[in-house]
Design a protein around this ligand. Structure first.
Ligand code: ATP
Ligand code: LTN
Length: 333
């Protein structure tokens, strides 16, 4: 069976950027692509490239798992698992590090940005992060990897590594293709609409978290940065603020930009923002209700146990096969 795989880090607060750009897409794909087996995981090993408090990390991992299911991932369709519970990820990452070059990792823009921001205490893990990501992917031979635009470069590296290893060790990996959502692929920050809405932004007002209460959601949208023109028109270059809000509106309701423009013709931002606040809240309400049922449930543990079992089965086989091709250990019978 062909496969699809993706992961999200359990850091910060899951927000509508990650939801609209990534999770909602998985939910759509699981029904649009019935011939594929899905692997979706919580990338907790990636989260510790920067130090995390133990209790907080544990909490975030579980929260993210519950949110995935609350957002509509169907555990009968998707193997949902926690990365660190499948040891082959770390093993494969090492093997791939021995097939990657320092120069290509130094070119990764996310590493350059993050290490520049941090200055001291930049860990080796942060630097080798893309090889761990390549391991996550190549272990499962997926045909497609749905990601946001910001992960495209990492995926290209995973492809390069796969091709290189295939040449050296006789076709061991499927070369994965990115699957990037067309629109809604990038939701921007509410207070700086030229930057990505990010779960690690220190400013809470920059994003709407999936677990924000109704009044917070509405307040944040009301205070989102727009411009002084006061017309609802889509023009991402010149009017990033209102265009970003229109993107959120469009991705949730499926109403075209043109129809949104028509609907709010002759009105200011106030009405548009009031409506958008309600639209976002209505989208998140059922997710929050399902989340509350799941977070402390046995059901969630069963889902993660099943996911871990299936992922281990596939991943262990792959890493042993690669060990064998390299010539590690003793020859397998
Ligand atoms: P950070 O900004 O803290 O590095 P993040 O908010 O990008 O983290 P990730 O865990 O890196 O969160 O993202 C998970 C997935 O969601 C990725 O595929 C990413 O591309 C996508 N994604 C994240 N933020 C957005 C956004 N604002 N718009 C669209 N997609 C997003
Ligand atoms: N690096 C990704 C999360 C991630 C991932 C993966 C996505 C880790 N491993 C494998 C797709 C496939 C991120 O920060 N968004």
């Amino acid at each position: 069976m062909k496969r699809i795989l993706s992961g999200i880090q359990p850091t910060g607060s899951l927000n509508i950027g990650t939801y609209l750009g990534s999770v909602k897409n998985f939910v759509k794909l699981q029904s649009q692509m019935p011939d594929y087996e899905f692997f979706i995981f919580i990338a907790d090993l990636h989260a510790i490239t920067v130090y995390k408090d133990k209790q907080e990390l544990r909490g975030k991992i579980r929260e993210l798992a519950a949110l995935y299911v609350a957002c509509g991932l169907d555990p009968t369709r998707v193997n949902l698992f926690i990365q660190s519970e499948v040891p082959a990820h770390s093993q494969m990452a090492y093997l791939l590090q021995c097939n990657s070059y320092i120069g290509e990792l130094e070119r990764m823009t996310q590493y350059k940005d993050k290490s520049r921001k941090q200055e001291t205490g930049v860990t080796v893990g942060l630097f080798t992060y893309p090889t761990l990501m390549a391991a996550d992917i190549l272990l499962y031979d997926p045909e497609f990897v749905p990601v946001g635009k910001d992960q495209k470069q990492h995926l290209e590296l995973a492809r390069d590594i796969a091709i290189r290893v295939n040449n050296k060790y006789n076709d061991i990996f499927t070369v994965p293709k990115p699957l990037i959502a067309e629109i809604g692929a990038k939701i921007n920050s509410l207070n700086d609409p030229t930057a990505k809405m990010s779960k690690s932004d220190n400013n809470e007002k920059s994003r709407i978290n999936l677990l924000d209460p109704e009044n917070t959601i509405k307040k944040k949208i009301r205070s989102a940065v727009t411009d002084s023109l006061g017309t609802v028109k889509y023009n991402p270059e010149e009017r990033p603020g209102v265009s970003n809000l229109m993107t959120i509106y469009h991705v949730i309701t499926n109403i075209s930009f043109e129809d949104i423009e028509k609907k709010y013709e002759g009105m200011g931002y106030k009405e548009f923002k009031e409506d958008l606040g309600e639209i976002v809240y209505q989208e998140l309400k059922p997710i929050q209700e399902r989340f509350n049922d799941l977070i402390n449930s046995k059901e969630l543990d069963t889902i993660l146990d099943n996911g871990r079992e299936r992922a281990n089965q596939v991943a262990f086989k792959k890493v042993m096969k690669f060990n064998d091709r390299i010539g590690l250990g003793r020859k397998r019978k």
